[in-house]
Design a protein around this ligand. Structure first.
Ligand code: HEM
Ligand SMILES: [Cu+2]
Length: 550
């Protein structure tokens, strides 16, 4: 008898998670393959003629790269992973498995609906789909269904929590389940902007029910969701760093209450910051932009708490393994474990992503880097590495656990993690430099008449880094496939949940309550967004006609 067979039987939850992971990884596979072509294009190797008739332009490929990597891969992975973590940490099945599966199929149906116009070159509008660029209605409806499905995941998690709570009155919510709930509740509040944009603007407009639209209001609603979505991606990585990585490093989490504080701060502060993506938009007053800039610095604080806690936990593990010195302990981490290695390497690059992010968020410095390749360099460190490489690291234990078979090759996995780290360091540094030299992003740069000779050396580095990343990605997918299909050795079946040095019993009761924090979050949103949104809705003429530019 294996632990997975012990009562209660959570194998149905395992199958659900496996289904989400399959869709997530297929999306990532297509997504990173297109990234490879973009990187080669930047280095002067234009392979797009070879991709005809499947991919008709650089911009169709870029739309697929953005949507599949950051909207589809992330959302499916997170939905599968956090439902798994919640069920395991409660030691209880999900509230209703029928609902959980229906949610999966709704999300997958939404994805298929989105994919049809994307692949048919009828939605080459990039992942931000700013009007007046206009896509086929199926693109907007499909993405909306994906969002609705995420709300049903929230419902499943909340009802599972309430069932657990009724059976365990007065007990502190287990940290991994608590963090999963915060992530989905935060996301549900944050996704309302996108939902409003879709339902009241993009869907009626693409269906021809209204004649015109408005770029500014659409962008304001988009970025209401578009900043907190980055925390929807990051918090699941943080969940792994807080509740699993300490154990994988051979130690304990530094502090359970501190982890809860940081997540509650994310619940409150993730959303009211979206204007930092609109510093150059006319029609929003400077005062409110500055207010959002300040709040962006505030939401940096729980990331600093996370950084402190995670490093302290790693140090705890490394010292337990005989690590010595102020920094020398770092070498004593279990570097032969690919899951841990991938995640620690992703943390290192994330530190640089965070520093760059502060520059992006600064009201004035933003003008230097706005819409340049710098921004691309930034988010390949954050979502492209801190999130993606961490998720890959998680699958190095999760997929063997779900499949019951050991990872096909540990060496291949270690090589993969290091190659991602090296490739990304090269590509991202080059993109940051290109941005400072004024090179725009979202551009088929080889076709631009203004291509500057001094960009060339960095552009070649984008090509080299991108190629290393692509090799890393292929090693990853090969390893996953071989683990699922060929591997025969049995695997460990236990989730590596970490204990805490300072446990949940030290957390004040207020940290396990929801209403005050939710109320605080809503008040912040009303203050930060209320006046501007009310004015925009009241005065927007909705007179912009749609355009098809590809
Ligand atoms: C093999 C790995 C990858 C390579 C070589 C790569 C390369 C690139 C390049 C060169 C661009 C710039 C395109 C432009 O501005 O014209 C880009 C954009 C982008 N990449 Fe990647 N990328 C990779 C993986 C990823 C991953 C894993 C993610 C996220 C999970 C990601 C997310 C994005 C996003 C969101 C954009 C911006 C799309 C837009 O501007 O609409 N990439 N990528
Ligand atoms: Cu942002």
């Amino acid at each position: 008898m294996t632990p997975a067979d012990a009562a209660p039987d959570l194998r149905p939850e395992d199958r659900l998670t496996a289904a989400y992971l399959i869709v997530a990884l297929i999306s990532l596979f297509v997504g990173v393959s297109l990234g490879f072509f973009q990187a080669l294009e930047h280095a002067g190797i234009n392979l797009y003629p070879w991709l005809l008739p499947v991919i008709k332009s650089y911009y169709q490929g870029l739309s697929l790269h953005g949507v599949l990597n950051i909207l589809v891969f992330t959302t499916f992975f997170i939905s599968g992973f956090l439902q798994f973590i919640t069920a395991r940490s409660f030691g209880m099945p999900l509230w209703n498995r029928g609902l959980a599966w229906a949610t999966f199929w709704l999300m997958t149906g939404g994805l298929i609906l989105t994919a049809i116009p994307l692949l048919g070159n009828a939605a080459t509008v990039l992942f931000t789909f700013y009007p007046p660029m206009k896509a086929h209605w199926a693109f907007y409806v499909g993405l909306t269904l994906v969002v609705v499905a995420t709300w049903l995941v929230t419902l499943t998690l909340v009802l599972t929590y309430r069932t657990w709570r009724a059976r365990n009155p007065g007990v502190r919510t287990p940290l991994p389940a608590f963090m999963s709930l915060v992530t989905f509740v935060m996301w549900t509040i944050a996704s309302l902007g996108l939902a409003a944009e879709m339902l009241f603007m993009m869907i009626p407009w693409s269906l021809g029910m209204v004649a015109g639209t408005d770029a500014l209001l659409a962008r304001a609603l988009f970025w209401y969701t578009g900043h907190p979505i980055v925390y929807f991606w990051l918090l699941p990585a943080y969940i792994s760093w807080y509740t699993l990585v300490p154990r994988q490093a051979g130690g304990k989490l530094f502090s359970d209450p501190l982890a809860r504080v940081s997540f509650l701060l994310f619940l409150v502060l993730s959303t009211p910051v979206g204007f930092h993506h609109q510093f150059t938009d006319p029609g929003i007053s400077q005062g409110w932009k500055l207010f959002h800039a300040f709040l962006t610095f505030a939401v940096f604080f729980p990331s600093l708490l996370t950084f402190f806690s995670v490093v302290a936990s790693l140090e705890n593990g490394a010292r337990a393994r005989g690590g010595k010195g102020w920094v020398g302990w770092f070498g004593k981490l279990p570097w032969r474990d690919p899951s841990l290695t991938a995640q620690v390497l992703s943390m290192i690059l994330f530190a640089f992503g965070g520093i760059g992010g502060l520059i992006n968020a600064s009201f004035t410095m933003n003008l230097v880097v706005h819409n340049t390749a710098w921004v691309v360099g930034h988010f390949h460190l954050t979502v492209g590495t801190a999130v993606t490489l961490t998720f890959m690291g998680i699958t190095y234990w999760l997929v063997p656990l779900l499949r019951g078979r050991a990872l096909w090759s540990r060496r291949m996995a270690l090589t993969q993690a290091w190659l991602w780290f090296i490739g990304m360091a090269i590509m991202s540094t080059a993109q940051h430099r290109l941005g400072l030299m004024g090179m725009p992003r979202r551009t088929m740069i080889g076709a631009a008449p203004y291509l500057q000779p001094e960009w060339q050396s960095a552009l070649h580095l984008v090509g080299i880094g991108g190629t290393i990343l692509f090799i890393s990605a292929m090693l990853y997918f090969a390893n996953m496939l071989l683990t699922a299909v060929v591997s025969r050795e049995p695997s460990a079946l236990e989730v590596p949940f970490a204990e805490a040095l300072s446990g949940p019993e030290h957390a004040p009761a207020i940290l396990d309550r929801w209403r005050p924090w939710l109320a605080f979050a809503l008040v912040m949103i009303v203050i930060a967004y209320g006046p501007t949104l009310v004015r925009l809705v009241a005065t927007t003429p909705f007179d912009a006609p749609g355009m098809r530019v590809w």
